[in-house]
Ligand binder design. Structure first.
Ligand SMILES: Cc1cc2nc3c(=O)[nH]c(=O)nc-3n(C[C@H](O)[C@H](O)[C@H](O)COP(=O)(O)OP(=O)(O)OC[C@H]3O[C@@H](n4cnc5c(N)ncnc54)[C@H](O)[C@@H]3O)c2cc1C
Length: 509
């Protein structure tokens, strides 16, 4: 080949719009658009067919779009370095373009291998930031400004009149149910692809987001009022920058409107934007310290839960058979739909980590497989936070009964996903074991709330007293902490003193 081609390696950025590697590579075509299906990745315990279904939608849409222009999306199956080696044999030397990826440990190591392969083959690999996550960041101070500047930079149009390498060979796109992607029995999967992502974004900004704050924590209705864009962000069918830009544009249309409805809508969209900022904040932690997939951020918590591991507890939790209705409804709905709102994710993890005293490393891959939107940086940071092992965050031990009363007061969500409880009255729906008249197959609680929490609190407090605990916390905070003010230290109780059985314990480290 006379002119060296540029290969654009699509990873978790499955779009042509606002795509810096593509725009840069297109300046000196011809191009190859490459997606590598990596069997080793799909065999990992945190990968699942649910993720592949979403990716498959994105890739099929891209294939259709490109084929209208006579362009082939080059799908290759295999190890990344071997695929690149084969492409070098076919095309001669090339330059490689991609976004930076902050993925799990496996993708981190794979990228190092690719880097080494590029170096030994004189291949230039040009990597571009994906979002507000900053590679080789020196200090967390000032990070927020870098993130904001990046997010507010120009959104890039898809390049036009680009030349592509003709007759590039491609493997067939593996089917959605190919055994390579595991055997997880998946229920409904959120539809992937850019068109769908844009449709979901438009409906959120037009109407659904109007009542975001009021509904974000309600398990039944949150599915409608949350943006539902997380999987699109994870796999890049939309860029987080374009989502933020579209939200600001919507805010602008409402800016001079003093109508209470418009003011209310604006407040909801601002709350949404602050969550969007959390996205990069959490992923930055994994970027800074890739081993948080395996190690507690604060070393004092290592070894705390492992000796107490109960396989029967893990099974009850993951199958939705703990005897706590909201926990079980949340888990079963997750199996069915692959998505649940933030509060229920936090509740599921808090229950597993405090009530069942399960180590977060046992539970994190289970939810990773179930979440369509699995994003390692958010996932492991949140798991550690909700399990009390960071040493820098307030500890929240949710009371599953209080949460149930607060967020599903009439038990509609519970009855939908735990049909064994459909005949239980509202009086007992949050604590069915108290209804002596109604015998169902539904299990009794596998642990007593008060006893389990007492044990968890005393174990955590023991660790807080370890020598050097505070100094270590400071180091964690310097490296990974938000620069916003942290809540005050010391034990605090929530305001629900009236009913001991529905109290939410919360104490700060
Ligand atoms: C234990 C646990 C694990 C989680 N794992 C993931 C995960 O693997 N992938 C993932 O995308 N989110 C994860 N989250 C965060 C959050 O629950 C989801 O981002 C959110 O529910 C996705 O739905 P949505 O897009 O409708 O969110 P919205 O409420 O509409 O929020 C908008 C966007 O803000 C970001 N966001 C919202 N909440 C958070 C948060 N707490 N931390 C970081 N970013 C946030 C996401 O990008 C989200 O798409 C996890 C939360 C917990 C407690």
């Amino acid at each position: 080949m006379s002119v060296e081609p540029n290969i654009v390696w699509l990873k978790r950025d499955l779009r042509l719009f606002d795509h810096a590697p593509l725009v840069n590579a297109a300046q000196s075509a011809p191009l190859v658009l490459l997606y590598i299906v990596e069997p080793e990745l799909w065999a990992l315990p945190d990968s699942s067919r649910r993720h592949w279904h979403f990716i498959h939608d994105c890739l099929s849409e891209l294939q259709d779009k490109l084929s209208n222009f006579g362009v082939t999306l080059c799908i290759r199956i295999g190890k990344a370095t071997q695929v690149l080696e084969a492409l070098k044999d076919e095309l001669g030397s090339f330059s490689l373009y991609s976004h930076e990826e902050t993925g799990n440990h496996w993708t981190f190591v794979r990228d190092k291998h690719v880097q080494a392969w590029c170096a030994s083959n004189a291949i230039n690999w040009h990597e571009f930031p994906t979002n507000g996550v900053v590679r080789r960041l020196k200090s967390r101070d000032g990070w927020a400004k870098i993130r904001d500047d990046r997010m507010r930079g120009d959104i890039l149009a898809a390049p036009i009149n680009v030349g592509f390498v003709a007759d590039i060979k491609s493997h067939a796109l593996p089917g959605k149910d190919d055994p390579m992607f595991g055997r997880l029995d998946i229920g409904n999967v959120q539809k992937g692809g850019r068109e769908e992502g844009l449709r979901v974004l438009a409906s959120f900004l037009k109407e659904r987001g109007r009542r975001y704050i009021a509904n974000v924590s309600k398990p039944g209705v949150s599915a409608r009022h949350c943006s539902r864009l997380s999987a699109h962000i994870t796999f890049g069918s939309l860029s987080i920058r374009e989502i933020e830009a579209a939200t600001y544009a919507k805010l602008k249309t409402l800016s001079d409107n003093a109508d209470p409805d418009a003011v209310y809508f604006k407040r909801n969209l601002r709350a949404y934007l602050s969550r969007i900022a959390w996205h990069c904040h959490f992923i930055q932690k994994l970027e800074q310290q890739p081993d948080i997939e395996f190690k507690c951020m604060h070393p004092a918590f290592e070894g705390m839960r492992e000796p107490h591991f109960r396989d029967d507890f893990l099974t009850a939790w993951k199958t939705g058979q703990t005897g706590y209705p909201l926990i079980d409804a949340s888990m079963r709905s997750l199996h069915e739909n692959g998505w649940i709102t933030f509060r229920m994710r936090a509740l599921l993890v808090s229950f597993a980590s405090y009530h069942l005293w399960l180590d977060w490393r046992k539970t994190a891959p289970i939810l990773a497989q179930l979440f369509t939107d699995y994003e390692p940086g958010i996932h492991y940071s949140q798991f550690q936070m909700q399990s009390g092992v960071t040493g820098i965050n307030a500890i929240r031990m949710y009371n599953p009964i209080k949460q149930s009363m607060d967020h599903d007061s009439e038990g509609k969500f519970i009855r939908r996903y735990v049909p064994e409880l459909k005949d239980i009255s509202n009086t007992f729906i949050h604590e069915p074991w108290r209804d002596e008249q109604n015998l169902t197959d539904y299990p009794k609680p596998i642990v007593d709330h008060a006893t389990a929490i007492k044990f968890a609190r005393s174990e955590i407090k023991k660790r807080n007293g370890f020598e050097g605990f505070k100094e270590q916390s400071k180091l964690v905070n310097q490296r990974l902490g938000s620069r916003k003010k942290q809540p005050k230290r010391g034990i605090k109780r929530s305001s629900t003193k009236s009913k001991p059985s529905s109290q939410q314990l919360s104490f700060d480290l």
